[in-house]
Write a protein that binds this ligand. Structure first.
Ligand code: UT7
Length: 336
C-alpha cells in the first residue's frame, strides 16, 4: 500500500522594512569608506534602519502583511517560529513578544538561532510539525535589527548590515510534488572564531569592561568567512540539485542569502543558472541576516515574478558556521 507523504507548502508571504534609508554616501560621512568600494566589494547601495522599536516590531509587521495576504486572522495560527540573532531581550523569546503584538492567541511560539541560516533552519523545523500532522498553520519569521549590534565606527562591518523582517505561512498539502521537497542543513562550530558577538551572554556578562572592549558588537573576519561562504553555499546548492536530479535548466529561481553579491554569483555559476534566475535585492537592504530569504520571496511574489509551479532553491551561509539549502516547488498563486 502506498501512502502519499504530507508535505508543508508556503501558502502566504509577507515582509516589513523600516522607512529610514542609510546609503553608502551617508556612511562615507561617518567612517573612512566610499560608495565605489562598497558597491564593487559587496553589491550594497543602501540599507534600512529601524530608528524606534525592536526586532519584534519588524517581525510583527511582516506577520501582519502575511495575514492580510492570506486573508486569515491571527487566531488561526498554531505556531510562530522566529529566527533571529537580535532578540528584543534574553527572555521572554522574541516570538512570544510577537505573538502578543499580532494577537495570535492560539499559537505557541519559540525562537531559533542560526544567524544568517536562521530562516532555513526555522523553515525546516516548522515543516516537521506540518508533515507529522500535529499542526496545520505555522508561521516562520526571519527578523533582525542588525543596527542594534553594529559598530558604526568599524568600516569592516557597518557597511554590510541592515534591518528587516520576512515571514511565510506553512500549511499541509497532499500533493507529493509540491511544497518543501528536500533540505540539507549543516554546521561547523569552529566558525565561532571568525564571526561572533561575544558580549552579553553567560560567557561574558555585560560589564563596563565588555562595553569598553566592544564585545557587544558583531565581529567578523570578512576574508576568512568569505572563502568558506563561497564554497559552502555553492556546494550545498549543487548537492541538493544533484540528489534531486536537477540541472540548471530545471531550477527557476535561486533564492540566496544576501551577504555579498560575489558569493551569490559564485553559487549561481556552480548551479549552472542563468543570471536572470537569481533573486537579488542586496543593493536595497544589505545583509539583514535571518530576513534576507523571506524578504526576497515576499518581494518576488508581490511583483508577480515568483509563480505557481516554479522550482526554487533557497541557500544560505552564516555564523556558527551554519549553512543549508532547501528545495521547494512553489504553490502560491502570484499576486500580480
Ligand atoms: O552573512 C554572514 C556571512 N558573512 C559573509 O558571508 C561575509 C563574507 N565576507 C565578505 O563579504 C567580504 O569579505 C567583505 C565584504 C566583508 C570584505 O570584502 P573583502 O574583499 O574580503 O575585503 P577585505 O576585508 O579583504 O579588505 C580589503 C581592503 C583592506 O585594505 P588593505 O588591507 O587591502 O589596504 C580593508 O582595510 O579594503 C579595506 N576595507 C575598506 N575600504 C573601504 C575594508 N572595509 C572597507 C570599507 N571601505 N568599508
Amino acid at each position: 500500500m502506498s501512502m502519499s507523504k504530507r508535505r508543508a507548502a508556503i501558502t502566504a508571504v509577507g515582509h516589513y522594512v523600516p522607512e529610514k534609508v542609510l546609503s553608502n554616501h551617508d556612511l562615507e560621512k561617518i567612517v573612512d569608506t566610499n560608495d565605489e568600494w562598497i558597491r564593487t566589494r559587496t553589491g550594497i547601495i543602501e540599507r534600512r534602519i529601524l530608528e524606534h522599536g525592536a526586532t519584534s516590531d519588524l517581525g510583527a509587521g511582516a506577520i501582519q502583511a502575511l495575514l492580510k495576504n492570506r486573508g486569515v486572522s491571527a487566531n488561526t495560527v498554531d505556531l510562530i517560529v522566529v529566527a533571529t540573532v537580535t532578540p528584543d531581550m534574553f527572555f521572554p523569546s522574541t516570538s512570544c513578544l510577537i505573538q502578543e503584538k499580532v494577537q495570535a492567541k492560539n499559537a505557541f511560539a519559540f525562537d531559533l538561532s542560526a544567524a544568517c541560516s536562521g530562516f532555513l533552519f526555522a523553515l525546516v523545523t516548522a515543516a516537521q510539525f506540518i508533515e507529522n500532522g500535529s499542526y496545520r498553520r505555522v508561521v516562520v519569521v526571519g527578523a533582525d535589527k542588525m543596527s542594534s549590534i553594529t559598530d558604526y565606527t568599524d568600516r569592516n562591518t557597518c557597511i554590510l548590515f541592515g534591518d528587516a523582517a520576512g515571514a511565510v505561512m506553512l500549511e499541509p498539502t497532499d500533493d507529493p510534488d509540491a511544497g518543501i521537497l528536500d533540505h540539507i542543513l549543516r554546521c561547523d562550530g569552529s566558525g565561532e572564531r571568525t564571526l561572533h558577538m561575544r558580549g552579553g551572554g553567560s560567557l561574558n556578562p555585560a560589564t563596563h569592561e565588555t562595553v569598553d572592549k566592544k564585545l557587544h558588537y558583531i565581529y567578523q573576519d570578512g576574508k576568512a568567512v568569505f572563502k568558506l561562504a563561497v564554497v559552502g553555499m555553492a556546494d550545498i546548492s549543487a548537492e541538493i540539485m544533484e540528489r534531486n536530479h536537477l540541472t540548471g535548466k530545471d531550477v527557476d529561481w535561486l533564492v540566496p542569502h544576501q551577504a555579498n553579491l560575489r558569493i551569490i554569483d559564485a553559487t549561481r555559476e556552480r548551479m549552472g543558472l542563468d543570471k536572470s534566475k537569481v533573486m537579488i535585492n542586496i543593493q536595497k537592504y544589505g545583509n539583514t541576516t535571518a530576513a534576507t530569504i523571506p524578504l526576497c520571496l515576499s518581494e518576488w511574489w508581490q511583483t508577480g515574478k515568483l509563480r505557481k509551479g516554479q522550482t526554487i532553491v533557497l541557500a544560505a551561509f552564516g555564523a556558527g558556521y551554519t549553512w543549508g539549502s532547501v528545495l521547494i516547488r512553489w504553490t502560491l498563486e502570484n499576486a500580480a
